[in-house]
Design a protein around this ligand. Structure first.
Ligand SMILES: Cc1cc2nc3c(=O)[nH]c(=O)nc-3n(C[C@H](O)[C@H](O)[C@H](O)COP(=O)(O)OP(=O)(O)OC[C@H]3O[C@@H](n4cnc5c(N)ncnc54)[C@H](O)[C@@H]3O)c2cc1C
Length: 390
């Protein structure tokens, strides 16, 4: 099997060979979600896949977004996913206007918009990850297949090793469920403490997404029991506004998650390139960023549309090689994502500060001023060439 182009939106994958799957079991169209992983093995290259075939590894936001964008341009792809189903953890994602403009361009914006509340004053909606992924997966009906795949090694693992850092922040995230309707205004609510912060935002008429992010010097034991997580979270914010405590109480057990927030620095020149040969990284695999400004998913969608356009130029219009398309994609996106990874990390550090004096200046001067000026959201002004064909 000789895949001409391999896109990756995952963290660890092997490119020391080619991945084989059971072609007979493929369905000819539509997405196939399998219950058991398909046998994987490393085999020598064999030219039995059309030259223009594109393989996307990882059915996350970047992977599915790229599949739909390519499909919109008339280019087929295959999506390989290691998990047994689409990832549903992480409950909700704040999507800003850059994310929405991409979702509009690939034909799913209006379908998603009507399911989620718009925040006051700007195009921001908290969108359930599950629904976003399912919507993208359902849109990708032609020439896309869903496979299960076991993780391999990341091609850049050696190079990246020095750039993996772990922040000492932990986040508990989930959605409170109000069967009779949630009572909150459509706005994002933040509460800042010393070394801890929380937030909640209405997602829909019955759901309210919330998080508590706190400093921790060590990961501690893995806790999966929701009642323990709930209790610990309530302890952390025990004197905080009753609205927050109430939402935590109304959260279904199976949605409570605790996750470490990990940062990996991306530096000009020293960081490895996003592409090598005919392999390119998109989304978090290239530029993971802490969710302090909530930019990751929107950037993954930006990557998807920019990369698809470049690939269309290479594969359909033959104006450049695939390798040049990847380089051009990286150049176009780098200027946006690099400052954003730094800014997201810096904002996170400021918000997690535990020094009382710094916290006082932050809460009384910095945050009100930034909220008024709104400069932290200037990155959401994303302009791109519209996809022309469907
Ligand atoms: C707590 C938290 C809150 C966040 N909040 C926001 C927010 O409000 N707004 C926002 O825009 N972003 C937010 N983000 C960031 C956002 O979730 C990510 O930026 C986004 O999911 C990146 O999409 P992706 O497709 O690159 O990666 P992922 O969503 O991680 O998808 C990668 C996929 O690849 C698969 N995969 C991995 N390895 C392999 C392999 N070897 N073989 C096959 N498949 C593989 C995985 O199973 C997964 O399905 C948040 C993140 C966190 C952790």
């Amino acid at each position: 099997m000789n895949w001409r182009v391999l896109l990756m939106d995952l963290h660890w994958i092997s490119m020391n060979g080619y991945i084989k799957w059971d072609l007979e079991k493929q369905k000819k169209s539509a997405w196939t979600i399998r219950k058991k992983p398909i046998c994987l093995s490393i085999v020598k290259a064999k030219a039995d896949v059309k030259k223009e075939d594109i393989v996307i590894v990882g059915a996350g936001i970047a992977g599915l977004g790229t599949a739909v964008s390519l499909q919109w341009l008339g280019i087929g792809s295959k999506v390989l996913e290691q998990a047994e189903s689409l990832r549903i953890g992480g409950t909700s994602l704040a999507l800003f206007k850059n994310g929405w403009s991409v979702l509009d361009a690939i034909g799913v914006g209006s379908q998603l918009r009507k399911q989620f509340l718009e925040m006051q004053g700007q195009e921001v909606r908290a969108v359930e990850r599950r629904i976003l992924l399912e919507t993208l997966a359902n849109k990708a009906t032609t020439r896309c297949h869903f496979f299960l795949l076991k993780a391999g090694k990341h091609p850049h693992k050696g190079k990246w090793k020095n750039f993996i850092g772990t922040s000492r922040w932990y986040s508990v995230i989930c959605s409170g469920f109000f069967p009779d309707g949630q009572p909150f205004e459509p706005k994002v609510n933040y509460i800042y403490g010393k070394g801890i912060r929380a937030g909640y935002v209405p997602v829909s008429s019955t759901k309210v997404y919330w998080f508590v992010c706190f400093n921790s010097s060590s990961p501690g034991p893995k806790i999966t029991d929701p009642s323990v997580l709930r209790q610990q979270t309530k302890e952390l914010v025990r004197n905080w506004p009753s609205d927050l405590l109430n939402i935590i109480d109304l959260t279904p057990d199976d949605t409570i998650i605790r996750t470490p927030l990990v940062d990996r620095w991306l530096w000009p020149v020293v960081s490895p390139s996003a592409s090598t040969g005919k392999v390119v990284l998109v989304g978090d695999a290239w530029h993971p960023m802490t969710p302090n400004l909530g930019p990751g998913a929107c950037c993954a969608l930006e990557d998807a549309i920019v990369l698809s356009k470049k690939l269309a130029d290479a594969l359909q219009y033959k104006t450049m090689s695939v390798e040049n398309a990847f380089t051009s994609y990286e150049e176009e996106c780098w200027g946006r994502v690099f400052p954003l990874t730094i800014r997201a990390n810096a904002v996170g550090k400021l918000l997690q500060w535990d020094n009382p004096l710094v916290c006082s200046v932050r809460n009384n001067i910095v945050i009100p001023k930034l909220a008024w000026l709104g400069p932290v959201l200037d990155y959401t002004n994303f302009k791109f060439e519209l996809l022309l064909t469907n």
